[in-house]
Design a protein around this ligand. Structure first.
Ligand SMILES: *[C@@H]1O[C@H](CO)[C@@H](O)[C@H](O)[C@H]1NC(C)=O
Ligand SMILES: *[C@@H]1O[C@H](CO)[C@@H](O)[C@H](O)[C@H]1NC(C)=O
Length: 413
């Protein structure tokens, strides 16, 4: 803080204040002016008393300042003239609502909260499955950035709770602490917010299979190192692909490089077959447009995955679709023929999950197209799962009692 205050004052040309926020100033300040005690909430931090430490609105931010969080059902202020000073805000997941006899903190209305309420209601009536998890929401009522299926895998999630790119084996609480999904979610947000109005797909971010940032990122010909969790540029190391290969970067990790041909001879690239295809197609479409043709961009440009691959569902020369791993290697046993329902609905989610669980004894059962079979059985009980592998509703000892039971041929899919 001392530094920014200094810069600020120098900019405005106030000479004497260069020494204002120097070491020791706050000691004098608290002695001469005094600090009002910070609200207790931040230091208590229990279920009913919590808050957030903020910079205090005093000279040089000398005092401690705690913004209390107001619990559900208590009075809050919506701000505005004549409403006095605000002494807190509604806690996470709450919002200040104007009602007949004042303003109160109430639970936000959101899809994630609705899903929690639905879960809680079923919990009351004992209708919760063993592998089902209460939906976790963030402070703004959105879905948490990942979802874990106990004994299976954790995968990245969007704010709306849809399964995104990025999956790791679930190995308890440590896995949950290490799920960040920053790259995967940023990729999703960019696609969602810019793609519709944009002719050319956005290329730039490079993610790893766990949804984190690839430590090597490039912008045009310039490559640098980033933090794999935040994506923030690390250090001032930089290389120029015209003359140097990405393997020169200290953060380059061979095991994360899905396209090692990038390290041949100069000029170097940081590309992939999918990205090259996409570029070629875009160039071609742009040329067609220049020549006066009416071009539909949306359907013809291949969409690459956040890790620059073609995706995990790929077409073969014969026209069928198969499941592949991140290196493009077929995952054995999964194929769907064109013109079938299996082909249209193919997502390979189960094939990929079982690939991560290769060394574990209790793997989920996949359909021939690599999707999750809707009925999964384990230790004498069966349950329904959605297309991401999440359990839906309670399990049953009798498979015919399940809502996802489709008759005698439930085992085949
Ligand atoms: C939180 O701490 C406050 C103050 O110590 C106490 O009055 C309150 O009962 C505590 N609440 C819970 C839920 O423990
Ligand atoms: C990089 O791309 C250029 C142009 O597409 C190509 O000529 C060159 O051979 C590529 N370099 C490597 C190492 O693949």
């Amino acid at each position: 803080m001392a530094l920014s205050a200094l810069v600020l004052f120098v900019c405005f040309g106030v000479v004497y204040s260069q020494i204002l926020c120097e070491d020791g100033y706050c000691r004098t300040y608290s002695f001469e002016v005094g600090c009002t005690a910070a609200a207790q909430h931040c230091s208590i931090n229990n279920a009913t008393h919590s808050g957030m430490w903020l910079m205090s609105p005093t000279t040089c931010n000398c005092c401690d300042y705690c913004l209390p969080f107001i619990p559900e059902g208590e009075h809050c202020s919506l701000g505005g003239p004549g409403t006095g000073t605000t002494v807190g805000r509604c806690g996470d997941g709450l919002t200040c609502v104007a009602e007949q006899d004042g303003n109160f903190c109430r639970r936000m209305k959101s899809d994630c909260h609705a899903a929690q309420d639905e879960y809680d209601a079923r919990h009351e009536s004992g209708q919760i499955g063993a592998l089902e998890q209460r939906p976790a929401c963030d402070g703004k009522g959105r879905y948490r950035h990942f979802y874990c299926v106990p004994t299976q895998t954790c995968f990245c999630q969007s704010d709306e709770g849809e399964r995104l790119f990025g999956e790791v084996l679930h190995q308890g609480a440590a896995t949950e602490r290490n799920m960040h999904c920053g790259c995967s979610r940023l990729h999703h947000k960019i696609q969602k917010s810019i793609s519709p109005g944009l002719k050319i797909p956005v290329v730039g971010l490079r993610c790893t299979s766990d949804g984190n940032f690839n430590p090597v990122q490039c912008l045009n010909n310039e490559c640098y190192c980033v933090d794999k969790i935040t994506g923030v540029i690390k250090g001032d190391e930089k290389i120029d692909l015209e003359v140097e290969s990405i393997s020169e970067l200290s953060c380059y990790d061979e095991t994360l490089d899905l396209f090692p041909s990038n390290t041949g001879s100069p000029p170097y690239n940081y590309t992939s077959p999918c990205l090259e295809d996409m570029k070629e197609m875009v160039d071609y479409l742009e040329e067609s447009e220049r020549d006066g043709y009416n071009v539909d961009y949306s359907s013809s440009v291949p969409e690459c995955m956040p890790d620059a691959t073609y995706g995990r569902v790929v077409k073969t020369f014969t026209g069928s679709k198969i499941c592949v791993d991140e290196h493009g290697k077929p995952i054995e046993g999964y194929e769907a023929m064109p013109g079938t329902k299996e082909y249209e609905e193919m997502n390979c989610n189960c094939a990929l999950t079982t690939l991560l669980m290769v060394n574990l004894p209790e793997k989920p059962v996949c359909c021939s197209n690599g999707n999750f079979r809707r009925v999964q059985c384990r230790r004498g009980a069966c349950r329904c799962v959605d297309d991401a592998g999440r359990q839906v509703g309670a399990e049953s000892g009798n498979v015919a009692d399940l809502p996802c039971y489709v008759g005698e041929e439930w085992k085949i899919c």
